[in-house]
Write a protein that binds this ligand. Structure first.
Ligand SMILES: *[C@@H]1O[C@H](CO)[C@@H](O)[C@H](O)[C@H]1NC(C)=O
Length: 272
């Protein structure tokens, strides 16, 4: 018969072993992540529907030896299967999902030096989802996941007449919000109207009253995926506008999830 002391002792030992295993697992995950040989310059790209998109995937420079040897590439999409394969210096498209026929390619010269980035032509909303890129060669091997999102966005056209500055954009999806700021960053009142051109896709016209010559205004068109900031400077002869796009990156939820795991591991450790 085990005494109460022995039971407590063995329970503690078991708990410690489990914890140690758990910590080793976490460290292994973190370590394998940081030394992963295959990487992407953008794992959460946002494609503009109807336009071409590059999905980035390559052997990272630090882990790349001078000679890669023969390189083979495989692009898969979680729900549809094979997007594109490249083996023995040629496309290998036997099992390619029909959705990608004639729309996908890698760049053979780039593949030879470890860059397996995929060009996807004329992006559709069904292209949205998770892709994995696998690069294999005699000296390097790795996989990276890429989450493709789709949106519709366009550069607005600016006009100025009778003290009214207007910003007009032909197509946005999801439906955006429009805000105007003056040079000091204060929000200005403006009227914005939307027209649904096709299901879910909107054109917009936003007008700012009593705008002044030689002032600079900033028009921000923003939805959950894309932000377009247009800096508009009014001069005697018209409006000069420059538009910058930024895209939403990894979900903040995932980041906080990781932090939570780490925090709880530390707490358990201190309790034991
Ligand atoms: C990989 O190739 C693509 C397509 O040519 C190019 O856009 C990208 O900049 C390349 N990436 C690297 C890291 O060389």
């Amino acid at each position: 018969m085990a005494t109460v002391g022995q039971i407590i002792f063995f329970t503690l030992v078991t708990l410690n072993v489990l914890l140690a295993a758990f910590i080793v697992l976490i460290l292994t995950l973190a370590f394998s992540k940081s030394t992963s040989k295959v990487v992407s310059s953008n794992t959460k790209p946002v494609a503009n529907l109807g336009e071409d998109q590059i999905l980035s995937c390559y052997v990272s420079a630090e882990s790349q030896p001078n000679r890669l040897g023969e390189v083979s590439v495989s692009w898969e999409k979680t729900d549809l299967g094979t997007v594109y394969r490249y083996e023995n210096r040629a496309p290998a498209l036997d099992g390619q999902a029909s959705a990608f026929k004639g729309r996908a390619q890698v760049f053979p010269d780039a593949v030879a030096i470890g860059n397996a980035s995929l060009l996807l032509r004329s992006v559709r909303s069904s292209d949205e989802g998770e892709y994995t890129c696998t690069i294999r060669s005699s000296v390097a091997h790795g996989t990276v996941s890429i989450q493709l999102r789709t949106a519709v966005f366009s550069v607005p056209t600016l006009k100025f007449s009778n003290s009214i500055l207007t910003s007009e954009a032909s197509s946005w999806f999801p439906k955006p919000d429009v805000t105007w700021l003056n040079q000091t960053g204060n929000e200005l009142n403006a009227n914005t109207s939307f027209t649904e051109r096709s299901p879910g896709i909107y054109s917009l016209l936003s007008s700012l009253q009593s705008a002044k010559v030689s002032e600079t205004y900033s028009c921000r068109i923003e939805n959950s995926l894309v932000v377009a900031v247009t800096e508009a400077t009014i001069s005697g002869s018209g409006v000069l506008g420059r538009t910058f796009f930024t895209f939403s990156v990894a979900s903040t939820q995932l980041v906080s999830f990781y932090l939570n795991i780490i925090t709880s591991v530390l707490c358990m450790f201190y309790v034991v």
